[in-house]
Design a protein around this ligand. Structure first.
Ligand code: ADP
Length: 251
């Protein structure tokens, strides 16, 4: 289906067995088709927020609505079927490349090939998407490098037909240029989806419609790159720091 409005209303959360609130009174609206970059220092609560959206955990108080309906009123299976999620600790399976992208033995081959292309996967394989992965003792099997494996996992988000995509640092093994291209392709290929991504490199945040800056379990600021840079707050500082470190690297 088409994406609908996602709303967080007064959402607070502590992990089970802890009393320390990791998210505190979050109010947030994500409009359909928006590309949202979640940024902030380690421990700010970015991953936790995406965990709640996927209902890996339930909110401690407040509520999350999609299209005006609490996500708790949906079955877990049907809720999660609306999302494609790619995490940093993705796993590949001992199956063909195509099956790894489709997460199924039924593969729409042209879509899988296109998804891999969008993810920047460029390794030439004799048997293409029918090449078995992770089978060291299979004469046709191959082991992918970290970056290629990551691109194969990212391709899952391009492949799946669903209205919402969540990416949590999927690009840690990619160099800055490959990462930037991947996000450009992502935004291009997901015009009819809502996408929420967490990335350490702020060059990818620039591509989003809206940046949400998290700090200590709260939303410190939000807006476009231009708005937040002009506001001269936390994001502007983080961006200036990263930009200067890129300049140093380039020298
Ligand atoms: P970010 O993604 O911004 O780096 P996280 O959402 O991963 O932040 O973490 C927010 C806080 O929640 C941190 O203080 C972290 O230690 C804590 N935390 C994360 N996962 C768990 C967990 N499973 N149990 C308890 N605390 C956790």
């Amino acid at each position: 289906g088409e994406p609908q409005k996602i709303e967080l209303k007064n959402v607070s959360f502590s992990y089970p067995g802890t009393s320390n609130p990791v998210l505190k009174n979050i109010n947030l609206t994500i409009e359909p088709y928006q590309k949202i970059a979640l940024v902030g220092y380690n421990g700010a609560g970015k991953t936790t927020l995406t965990n709640l959206l996927l209902r890996l955990y339930d909110v401690s108080s407040g509520e999350i609505l999609i299209g005006g309906k609490s996500i708790k009123d949906e079955s877990l299976e049907s809720h999660r079927s609306r999302f494609a999620a790619v995490f940093q600790d993705f796993q590949l399976f001992a199956a063909t490349l195509g099956e790894n992208v489709a997460l199924s033995s039924e593969i729409d081959e042209p879509s899988a090939v296109k998804a891999l292309e969008n993810a920047g996967f460029s390794k030439k394989l004799q048997n293409g998407i029918n090449t078995p992965l992770l089978r060291e003792f299979d004469e046709n099997g191959i082991m992918l490098s970290g970056g290629e494996a990551q691109k194969a996992a990212i391709a899952r988000a391009f492949y799946k037909h669903c209205p919402y995509v969540i990416m949590d640092e999927p690009s840690a093994n990619l160099d800055p240029i490959a990462e930037y291209k991947m996000y450009q392709n992502l935004i291009e290929a997901t015009k009819n989806k809502t996408v929420i991504y967490i990335s350490h490199r702020l060059s990818s945040a620039v591509l989003s419609d809206k940046i949400i800056v998290m700090e200590n379990g709260t939303v410190a600021e939000s807006g476009t790159h231009t708005e937040l840079t002009a506001a001269g707050g936390e994001y502007a500082k983080m961006f200036a720091l990263q930009a200067s470190s890129y300049k140093k690297e380039a020298e």
